[in-house]
Design a protein. Structure first.
Length: 256
């Protein structure tokens, strides 16, 4: 049957059982059902040889674009609630709230990750970075600029060319080239090498200082000659100039 004029149906249209149905009362068209719930309700597969334009697309189930997966996606706002694998993403704001997200390449102004994030390779941050939770670095960390720490810093070993401490510092063991301490410092072991000179401070069994003696037996243990520009006293008594070692020993015995 050929129709050379406009074909007008005013009271709805139904072709076969579910092939095509027009709900004229609600201005809805259905394919595959007689109860359309949207302006165009299709219960089946849609095939088009051109692009599909939509101002707001909402996909509830699994979406596959291309032959084997998502090939290209350009969108102003993409919300992914399940599993997502992105090969390349350019976004001003990328929010991952639930599920897992794998990103192979990403260019974004703002990235918010509310769940765990794992970076297996290099992470380059050009601007300021704020870490609200714990930061664990399993490999080496390199800082080309200053590092400011407002809280406590715990480390196993530190090697520094210049270490300046202006406040209170407790050092268990330190090996440095130059160490300047402006405030109070508690040191359990400090080795300072200047040629063949070594100074060791220890607190057990008592505080002792050794010069050229790594195991001082006295409060001050000097392995070598001692030169003083002032007076040398033994229990408050000045040793006379030119006194021999025997004189000093005799004086110490006499003084008790």
């Amino acid at each position: 049957m050929a129709v050379n004029k406009n074909f007008v149906v005013k009271n709805g249209l139904e072709v076969d059982t579910n092939t095509l149905f027009v709900d004229s009362a609600n201005n809805r068209v259905a394919i595959g059902t007689t109860v359309p719930t949207a302006t165009l309700d299709v219960r089946g597969k849609i095939l088009t040889n051109s692009q599909v334009d939509s101002w707001n697309a909402n996909f509830i189930g699994i979406v596959t674009a291309g032959a084997v997966g998502v090939t290209t996606m350009t969108t102003l706002d993409a919300v992914v609630t399940g599993f997502s694998t992105l090969g390349l993403a350019n976004a001003t704001s990328l929010n991952v709230t639930t599920g897992f997200s794998t990103v192979q390449s990403l260019t974004a102004d703002d990235i918010t990750v509310s769940v765990g994030a794992t970076v297996s390779k290099d992470l380059n941050v050009g601007g300021a970075t704020t870490v609200g939770g714990a930061l664990t670095v399993t490999g080496n960390a390199y800082f080309n600029g200053d590092v400011d720490i407002n809280g406590d810093l715990t480390y196993d070993e530190v090697n520094a060319r210049n270490l300046n401490i202006s406040g209170i510092a407790t050092v268990g063991f330190a090996t440095v080239g130059n160490m300047t301490v402006a405030g109070m410092t508690t040191t359990s072991l400090l080795n300072v090498g200047f040629g063949a000179t070594m100074v060791k401070v220890q607190g057990t069994p008592a505080t002792r200082v050794g010069i050229n003696s790594i195991v001082p037996a006295y409060t001050l243990d000097v392995d070598g000659d001692v030169n003083a520009t002032g007076n040398v006293r033994v229990k408050g008594v000045i040793l006379t100039s030119g006194a021999s070692e025997d004189d000093a020993t005799a004086l110490a015995i006499a003084l008790g």
